[in-house]
Design a protein. Structure first.
Ligand SMILES: Cc1cc2nc3c(=O)[nH]c(=O)nc-3n(C[C@H](O)[C@H](O)[C@H](O)COP(=O)(O)OP(=O)(O)OC[C@H]3O[C@@H](n4cnc5c(N)ncnc54)[C@H](O)[C@@H]3O)c2cc1C
Length: 484
């Protein structure tokens, strides 16, 4: 956003207050400071002009119209649990928080859908639909905090996604306010529907760059049957990953398959006593939720782990023990942060290449002398190699960034991706073209221009414009004209 097109901040604040009411427009510098960042503390953040909390779609439209007219960037924020800097402030921006748009509008058992506002927290929706005997499977480890709007905008995955699919698989339709202030409705409530391009899928994972999502229609499923969990420990993490690939290939449909390498398991145990063994190189947690078939499933899964060289295979004896194991998994991020500054990578590779990924990461760690912990949703081939370092030590930081980059190169070489679920944000902007190539990048830039011709939505995130691209300005009459 050019400085010469940014008009008087006071005028913008005054227009925002008129449109939303004074309470919904926050300029207190302490509050703004807290809202500058998401959870990827390593990424840079600018200084916002204001934080606004619209309460409905019409107010979101007003914010975007004001922003467009005055050339002010808009960064949408859910719960700011993102791990890529995608929700970080840019200088002079309006932070648009969805915290007041937090109502579940409908849960329909007949149609197996829920209609929600974007600020609804994932776990609240999950519990509410469970009361109606229904199930909303996408469950990022951040589910107690992260919002459905944020989940949709990042296409979040989670622990159950190995069996049921990621957020995109559950989004039927969206209401979205575009950068121009217009309202777009995509998709439908019915299970099937192929009319037109799939704009819903395009918007899922768009990281706040194509529009502000104001309403979401989600598919639900019947509640799963009773589940059982098995935990297998290995003296070599590669063997655990071979077991993971074999369990998936056996068609056992695990409802969860998580890997903790030795460094991660010890970090969790040091952070909180969860009964995890200390002297291991890998732990595989696998669950079956197939009710009567679950005991046979976990027995077969356990046997596969033993065949692959597990030193111990233990079935959780009851639901409480199962819950403890999963709770241990959900502590990963906090446990890592207790060790130092973290750079969380998010590569995903084909299942058969997981052992090679682990070997390659071990080599990078030794070459550069950095600690890299490796937890992952390995049933999806998704690993979160986490570089832990001391931010006060410039040399350690340089090596950490090098390690982070090399892990992405390795993921791509193994036929995978630089991000399985956390998104690109600011953290991986410079790596996107490496995965997508120039033709795809040109189409991405073109699509962004179509959805956000004024260039107000989350500038600098996901990818940067070509140097000669100057967004047009919306004059007072609202018509969009090309920049001179
Ligand atoms: C402890 C921990 C565990 C995590 N585990 C997982 C995991 O298992 N799987 C996973 O996928 N992620 C995980 N994450 C990352 C994060 O929780 C997800 O990316 C989540 O979807 C972000 O939701 P949020 O509400 O916090 O969004 P934010 O962080 O606020 O925003 C994320 C992005 O979405 C955009 N956005 C938010 N709301 C809207 C909207 N209404 N319209 C348009 N754009 C919007 C923002 O601009 C930004 O680009 C984890 C994070 C933490 C801290």
């Amino acid at each position: 956003m050019n400085h010469d097109r940014r008009t008087d901040s006071d005028a913008v604040l005054s227009l925002l207050r008129d449109a939303l009411g004074g309470q919904a427009v926050v300029t207190d510098s302490d509050i703004l400071d807290v809202h500058r960042y998401d959870t990827a503390k390593f990424c840079e953040a600018g200084t916002p002009l204001a934080l606004v909390r619209p309460s409905d779609t019409a107010q979101v439209q007003e914010v975007l119209r004001i922003a467009g007219r005055h050339g002010v960037p808009v960064v949408t924020q859910g719960a700011r649990t993102g791990l890529s800097g995608a929700a970080n402030a840019v200088d002079g921006c309006i932070l648009l928080s969805t915290s007041r748009m937090n109502r579940v509008l409908e849960v329909s058992a007949d149609d197996q859908v829920a209609v929600v506002q974007p600020g609804v927290v994932n776990s609240e929706l999950s519990r509410l639909v469970a009361e109606a005997g229904l199930f909303y499977p996408p469950d990022p480890s951040s589910w107690e905090e992260s919002t459905i709007g944020g989940n949709v905008a990042t296409n979040a995955g989670g622990l159950c996604c190995v069996k049921y699919g990621v957020t995109a698989d559950f989004v039927r339709g969206l209401e979205v306010v575009l950068g121009t202030g217009e309202v777009l409705r995509t998709g439908r409530r019915s299970t099937k529907g192929v009319a037109g391009y799939d704009l819903t899928k395009l918007l899922v994972g768009s990281e706040g760059t194509l529009g502000v999502i104001t309403e979401i229609t989600l598919a639900l499923r019947p509640e799963p049957e009773t589940s059982l969990t098995v935990a297998a420990t290995f003296d070599d993490g590669r063997k655990a990953l071979q077991a993971a690939a074999r369990i998936m290939a056996a068609g056992l449909q695990p409802s969860l398959m998580e890997f903790l390498d030795g460094t991660t398991a010890r970090a969790i145990q040091d952070y909180r006593d969860m009964g995890l063994p200390a002297a291991v190189d890998g732990i595989l947690l696998v669950q079956s939720d197939r009710g009567d078939r679950a005991p046979q499933d976990v027995a077969t899964m356990g046997q596969i782990c033993a065949d692959c060289g597990a030193v111990d295979v233990a079935e959780a004896s009851d639901a409480e023990e199962s819950r403890m194991l999963l709770e241990a998994r959900r502590l990963v991020n906090s446990a890592m942060e207790a060790l130092g500054t973290t750079l969380v990578d998010d590569v995903a590779v084909p299942l058969s290449r997981l052992p090679d990924l682990l070997t390659g990461i071990g080599e990078i760690s030794r070459d550069l002398g950095v600690t890299i912990a490796c937890p992952g949703h390995v049933g999806d081939g998704n690993m979160h190699p986490t570089v832990i370092f001391d931010r006060e030590d410039a040399e350690a930081e340089r090596r950490a960034v090098q390690a982070f980059d090399r892990v992405m190169d390795l993921g791509l070489r193994l036929g995978g991706t630089i991000t399985g679920e956390h998104g690109v944000g600011l953290l991986k902007t410079r790596h996107l073209e490496q995965e997508l190539g120039p033709v795809s990048m040109r189409l991405h830039r073109g699509l962004r221009q179509v959805f956000d011709p004024l260039g107000v939505l989350n500038p600098g995130k996901l990818f940067t414009p070509e140097p000669d691209e100057t967004p047009p300005v919306a004059p007072e009459d609202g018509a969009v004209r090309s920049a001179p």
